[in-house]
Design a protein around this ligand. Structure first.
Ligand SMILES: [Zn+2]
Length: 338
């Protein structure tokens, strides 16, 4: 870590805490939509950790986690390295309370992040990459499912030998249900934030808290504890790793099986809880029409679990309402490897 961190419109020396922003885009009326930033630089040398929340504009729990970590839990006297907090990774989505950018309906994490003259969301991705992601040694990208009864989980891709061991360590100490992916990143893959970080050898862990539209427990406590555990494991702060307690956890190696969809329209009721083991063929959800007749029983495609019920879609947003139509998202299904 260099002595000074230059990022956005701030210069943060050792032993300083500063707030600022990364230049984003300008609206037609000249209003600048920038990316908010808070940085704490410890007095001693160590890694640079980036905490980013709200890549998706309605997933706000990580904002609270970042505030608690940077404003309450850390002091630069006892910090080795630096923490960069980006409470809202996509301000174009957040400003209209939408999942994606209101200007072009794009996801700042899924567009090309190498285009200084791209469209609005590409420009934000470029700003995030050049200013923040590219100078970090470790990245925690905090998302949330919308329902409060979802399973808190994290996802890591262990296909990259440059980041595999660090990611496994981050996941182990953060301490929630872990979904592993081993799919290698293709040579011709779009240079998104994640893919650029992987190429550079920077580990990025995705944390998925719950009840994403409200600041609530257990998301805040689990998020804060998990981030502090990662900082302890990478010697940025002192202290023992504290296990996550009081939440359902499916331990070991789990893998995403796929998104289940509805084949009929109506309201939907759920018969199994996220995190509960479900056998292949068991009915876990029912669609019923506006007369109350059951029109579809949705069976588990595999022995496994569900981490969340995203339900309907409105404005590109999962989890708007407890209704479905043909093709609607119903459940994230995952399997467990013994
Ligand atoms: Zn998300």
């Amino acid at each position: 870590m260099p002595d000074k961190i230059e990022i956005g419109n701030i210069l943060v020396e050792r032993g300083e805490f500063k707030k600022g922003s990364i230049k984003g885009i300008e609206l037609a009326n000249g209003v600048s939509i920038d990316i908010p930033l808070m940085v704490i630089n410890g007095v001693e040398d160590g890694p640079t950790l980036l905490l980013m929340s709200t890549q998706h504009g309605i997933e706000i729990q990580g904002i609270e986690v970042i505030h608690k970590i940077i404003r309450e839990k850390l002091s630069f006297k006892h910090l080795r390295g630096a923490v960069i907090g980006i409470p809202v990774g996509n301000p174009l989505a957040f400003m209209h309370q939408q999942y994606l950018s209101w200007t072009d309906n794009l996801d700042v994490g899924r567009v090309n992040a190498t285009l200084p003259n791209g469209n609005a969301t590409e420009k934000l991705a470029y700003a995030l990459w050049t200013e923040a992601w590219s100078i970090a040694d470790l990245i925690i990208n905090i998302h949330c499912n919308t329902r409060p009864d979802s399973l808190i989980y994290q996802a890591i891709n262990v296909s990259n030998p440059k980041t595999k061991e660090k990611l496994k360590k981050m996941a182990e100490v953060f301490g929630v249900t872990t979904i592993f992916s081993s799919d290698p990143i293709q040579e011709n893959a779009l240079p998104t934030l994640n893919n650029l970080a992987a190429q550079k050898g920077t580990p990025v862990i995705l944390e998925e808290l719950i009840d994403g539209r409200w600041i609530s427990e257990p998301s805040t406590s689990v998020g804060v504890k998990g981030v502090l555990n990662i900082m302890k494991a990478f010697n940025m702060i002192d202290g023992n790793i504290e296990p996550q307690i009081g939440i359902p956890i499916v331990p070991g190696v789990n893998r995403f099986h796929g998104m289940a969809h509805a084949n009929h329209g109506g309201l939907i009721r759920f018969l199994k809880k996220p995190g509960e083991p479900i056998k292949k063929g068991e009915v876990y959800a029912e669609v019923y029409n506006l007369y109350g007749d059951t029109v579809e029983q949705i069976e588990m495609p595999v022995d496994g679990y569900i981490w969340a019920y995203p339900c309907a879609k409105s404005l590109g947003t999962s989890g708007g309402l407890q209704v479905v139509q043909t093709g609607s998202n119903v459940a994230y299904v995952f399997t467990h490897e013994g």
